[in-house]
Design a protein around this ligand. Sequence first.
Ligand SMILES: Cc1ncc(COP(=O)(O)O)c(C=O)c1O
Length: 357
Amino acid sequence: MDRPEPFRDLDWDPKRARELGERALDLWVELLEKLPDLSIGRRERAEEVRAAVSLDVPDEPMPLDDLMAHLRSVVLEHSMYPGHPGFMAYVSGAGTVPGVAGDLIAAAVNQNVGGWRLSPAASEIELNLTKWLAAQFGLPEGSGGLLTSGGAMANFIGLKAARDAKGGKEVRARGVQGEPRMTLYASEEVHSVVDRAADMLGLGTQACRHIAIDDRFRMRPDEVRRSIEMDLTDRSRPIAIVASAGSVATGSIDPLNELADLADEYGLWLHVDGAASWPTTFARSTPASSAPTRSRSTPTSGCTRRTRADVSSCETSRCSASPSVCIRATSTKTSTRRAAGPISHRWARSSRAASKR
Ligand SMILES: Cc1ncc(COP(=O)(O)O)c(C=O)c1O
């Protein structure tokens, strides 16, 4: 049988790779040089941007000079710059110079971290990094986690762990049909990704009870209790309290210790969404030596935007734009599968101290 001729279009030799790499490097350096004088955003209309950047997919490769001219226009004339020194809006990370180099190298080896054999070094780096992060937060020996593509996925994985741990042994196989309705308790300020996770987990967005906040935008534990009690009377099955350690709109930190105690009292999972600011808030306030004295099931998600360089070096190119971490710790109450999982809640004391500052 005749074998088809292999396509060699993208199979470049190292010399040609260097030529393209150096041109890309020049553009990056030009961006860094010009960044302070560029306008952070632009007032172009969508049609204008579309006309400038959308090319017909060509049959033949574009000459390198044309390609670089096009990329230059994309980068310098039609983009918005979260890395600009004057960028104060929204929650996007600025990106870092080492992170760019990390992304290049991660893309060069293009590892699939779905399996250890497919990515021996990257998998070990991921484990080591999440273990280190867990230790920074005072979690027990054996803690670890996963790097995810962002806060939405970290929350989803954490709440999947909650559903599986609290939904009964068969929930993964049987699904949630016919069960008493499983319910989650999160503040009115919680990020919408929590509702989305409830939707994707088959719990339904109505499973997420939005609890009233106090005058500092923090979830009110008395209202959580009231809502849990109502649901128990209604024969629903409360499974998790979802606290925010830095809410997206105001940065408020829910009263984590009280919520952890409530979770203990009712046998619920405590999930903490730290995607906006938990790692930095907490890392500053918690000496690594303040190891937890009590362990329980508490999954967390945290976006490590400010340690992007650390994270991007062990992610595939697909995942490095908005790195997040889903941390688990071993616990007597839950399995130690390598997935989003439980951590201790002793750290809540430090976070509470931080929230008072
Ligand atoms: C508190 C909080 N949770 C979750 C998310 C979702 O994170 P991502 O956009 O990385 O998926 C955000 C994003 O800003 C957030 O601030």
